[in-house]
Design a protein around this ligand. Structure first.
Ligand code: MRU
Length: 372
């Protein structure tokens, strides 16, 4: 998608030197667009852990390239190579516990390298597979857009062309993936189809993914949007100002329970109370095929400082962090919550829209998970 009119992806190998992996440092957005280069496995882990990159799809794509960077520094002896990679996979896997795409991408690289007979082949395969994961992530989000378009179209027809008001939480936009986004892909598809849309953007405390990223990326794409604080959605729903909700997911169980950014559950409860459709858009790489209960999804807890302070621009135009609370204030920073399947109207996936039910989800992905 576009930054100042120029199409970008969120991660890409430097065409002049594919051993350098380029990312946008999302900690500085929207105030500064800064491209960082990852050349070591430690840098890849740090980029994920410290949220230079974030969002399920992009975490997965970065993990793929992180495994490739690790393969470059791995010893040539095959047994040592495999042990080195397994050790790094464990560290990488612990960098952000909730996003399913992380483990999914690591496992995919390890599986792909398994048959190779020498370390150079393994390195080549790691790069090719990481690139495939990134391309696939973008393509699956594009398809999510095609499948979600019909849902927006139906509402638009009912409203006789009046703008469709869509509420979203956090950032499941292109910045959370490699391109298009999951929750935003149907919105971009609707815009492209000439359907008027307006997005209510939850600010998404404490990291403010909505205020900093979603509002900015929609603005860059010329999509009408209004920023609201996290507590406003219920009021808007009661007053008929929300037609549908589309959020993303960091991990969805194969039974349909959805982990997403903290606060999502409360929106789903309010949506149910107001009879408003609540959709979750996700690629199949986010589905956890092992966990039966959303309750068992590991929920990341982050530093207190993310709540007790806030980042922004000062009067001199410099990015700065200020303290919000009295010194010594304690804070609990749960990163995600789980919305039970019963509150989800449907899952918008790369294969189509499906009920958040085990049989339906398994039916849709009966021929395996990936389709590229
Ligand atoms: O902590 P983050 O920014 O990595 O959280 C991820 C998210 O942005 C959201 O939870 C999003 O809605 C799902 S990820 C596509």
């Amino acid at each position: 998608m576009k930054i100042n009119g120029i199409p970008h992806r969120t991660i890409w190998p430097n065409p002049k030197n594919p051993r350098e992996i380029c990312i946008i440092d999302q900690r500085l957005l929207p105030h500064k667009v800064s491209i960082e280069t990852l050349v070591t496995k430690e840098q890849a882990t740090k980029a994920i852990k410290d949220m230079y990159v974030r969002g399920a799809g992009l975490i997965g794509a970065t993990a793929g390239f992180g495994m490739y960077l690790a393969s470059i520094s791995a010893p040539d002896n095959l047994a040592e190579f495999d042990a080195y990679m397994a050790g790094y996979a464990r560290i990488l896997n612990n960098s952000r516990p909730t996003a399913r795409n992380l483990k999914w991408a690591i496992d995919r690289i390890i599986r792909a390298m398994a048959g190779a007979e020498n370390s150079d082949d393994k390195r080549r395969i790691a790069f090719a597979t990481a690139s495939e994961i990134a391309d696939e992530d973008a393509e699956f989000c594009r398809r999510i857009g095609e499948h979600g378009l019909g849902l927006i179209q139906k509402i638009s027809e009912k409203k006789k062309g009046q703008p469709v008001n869509i509420l979203t939480h956090c950032n499941a936009g292109w910045l959370a993936f490699v391109d298009y986004g999951s929750a935003t892909a149907p919105i971009y598809a609707a815009r492209n189809a000439g359907i008027p849309v307006h997005v209510w953007v939850d600010e998404t405390r404490p990291w403010n993914q909505g205020a900093r990223l979603t509002a900015w990326e929609l603005q860059q794409e010329g999509i009408a949007n209004t920023l609201i604080c996290d507590n406003t959605g219920g009021h808007l729903m009661q007053h008929g100002l929300v037609d549908m909700i589309i959020v993303g997911s960091d991990r969805t169980t194969h039974t349909g329970d959805v982990a997403n950014k903290i606060g999502t559950y409360l929106k789903a409860v309010a949506a149910k109370d107001n009879n408003i459709p609540f959709y979750v858009a996700l690629p199949s790489s986010t589905i956890d095929w092992e966990l039966d209960k959303g309750h068992d999804i590991p929920i990341e807890q982050r530093e207190e400082e993310e709540i007790t302070s806030v980042m922004g621009l000062n009067d001199e135009g410099q990015i700065t962090t200020v303290q919000l609370c009295a010194p010594g204030t304690r804070a609990a920073n749960y990163g995600f919550d789980v919305t039970p399947a019963r509150l989800v109207t449907g899952l918008i996936t790369e294969r189509g829209v499906v009920a958040a039910e085990k049989e339906k989800i398994h039916g849709l992905f009966a021929q395996g998970q990936t389709a590229l």
